[in-house]
Design a protein around this ligand. Structure first.
Ligand code: AHN
Ligand code: ZN
Length: 327
């Protein structure tokens, strides 16, 4: 009995010391002295998406909207060199005067060569595409439609602070993108993207220029498909080519398809048309749903349970690689 006990104890020590030597070897192999290029962290990006949806729907003129604006400003202030909040008022298609805020964080604001990254941070006031008519006047969480792009850009901001890019970068969170006319209703006018329209006419700094821009919209659904969106192909085909080539190089061809998509009226339209900065839209399109978008679009199902970390990773890694390539 005693012998057995001694045997067991010595085996235990033997296995502990074995583990120990394995660990030491691993440390030597896997931790080089040089600082590595930071990798886009999908858990962190997901956390940034959820932090937004936790406020509730970020519909202009609501408490959740006001609180989320302060959160986004504070986050950008942690990472960027300068942050500018641009308040504005606008009139919606249904006659509501809304108080909006575009929130802009910049890295190296003095540099000439710059890239503009953007997403909209507001969420839609009504789930007018919901299969259940009783839900159609309720506001949407907008986990994918809005928060996904903002979450990726906050993670990119966090990474850019760790490893500074060679060029200037501006991150713009546009407000009041998603209060546009309900589907099928054909009312003339530019009722989508009110925040980007305001910014394009009143840039946050006088004479603002960027070499190009990338808009992220609906970049968080599982197995998202990014078609080459029509307005992007009209105004900035060379930027589509650049970004898609990088995605292919990174092995993301199942997400970034070499296939034309529809023209989508979105924030980038006014950045192209009014500010005259070539800007593309990375946006999930689905021609099988009838709306042209993912099935959760403008429904109550657009919530955090339908956000996929791998999609956030694919998009974030691609955009980050494009930025670090520029000099
Ligand atoms: C139109 O449906 C014309 N534009 C859609 C823009 C949008 C809404 N992006 C997200 N939500
Ligand atoms: Zn929307």
């Amino acid at each position: 009995m005693k012998k057995l006990l001694i045997l067991a104890i010595s085996l235990m020590f033997l296995s502990i010391s074995c583990n120990d030597s394995k660990k030491k070897k691993n440390i030597k192999k896997e931790e080089p002295i040089s600082i590595q290029t930071p990798a886009f962290n999908p858990d962190s990006a997901f956390h940034f998406v959820k932090a937004q949806t936790d406020f509730g729907p970020r519909v202009p003129n609501t408490e959740a909207h006001r609180k989320c604006a302060l959160f986004l400003q504070a986050e950008l202030e942690r990472y960027c060199d300068t942050v500018i909040v641009q308040p504005f008022t606008a009139l919606t298609y249904d006659g509501v005067k809304i108080h909006g805020k575009n929130i802009i964080g910049s890295f190296f604001p003095e540099k000439q060569k710059r890239v503009l990254l953007a997403a909209h941070w507001d969420s839609r006031p009504f789930a007018d595409n919901d299969p259940n008519p009783a839900n159609r006047d309720k506001p949407v969480d907008g986990a994918n439609d809005g928060a996904s792009g903002v979450g990726i850009l906050l993670e990119i901001a966090r990474q850019l602070k760790e490893k500074k890019p060679e060029i200037g970068v501006d991150i713009i969170f546009f407000d009041a993108e998603d209060w546009g006319t309900p589907g099928g209703q054909n009312i003339d006018g530019d009722w989508w993207a009110l925040g980007s329209q305001h910014w394009a006419r009143n840039p946050h700094v006088p004479n603002y220029k960027a070499n190009y821009g990338i808009l992220l919209d609906m970049v968080g659904a599982p197995n998202a498909k990014f078609l080459q969106e029509g307005i992007s192909m009209h105004y900035a085909p060379q930027i589509v080519a650049k970004v898609w080539a990088k995605a292919y190089q990174l092995g993301f061809k199942d997400y970034f398809l070499n296939f034309p998509g529809n023209h989508i009226t979105d924030d980038h339209l006014y950045v192209n048309r009014i500010a005259r900065i070539p800007m593309i839209n990375i946006i999930h399109q689905d021609h099988s749903t009838g709306t042209g978008f993912v099935s959760t679009w403008h429904t109550l199902q657009d919530n955090i349970s339908n956000i996929d970390k791998h999609t956030l990773y694919v998009v974030g890694t691609t955009v980050l690689a494009v930025i670090y390539d520029e000099r």
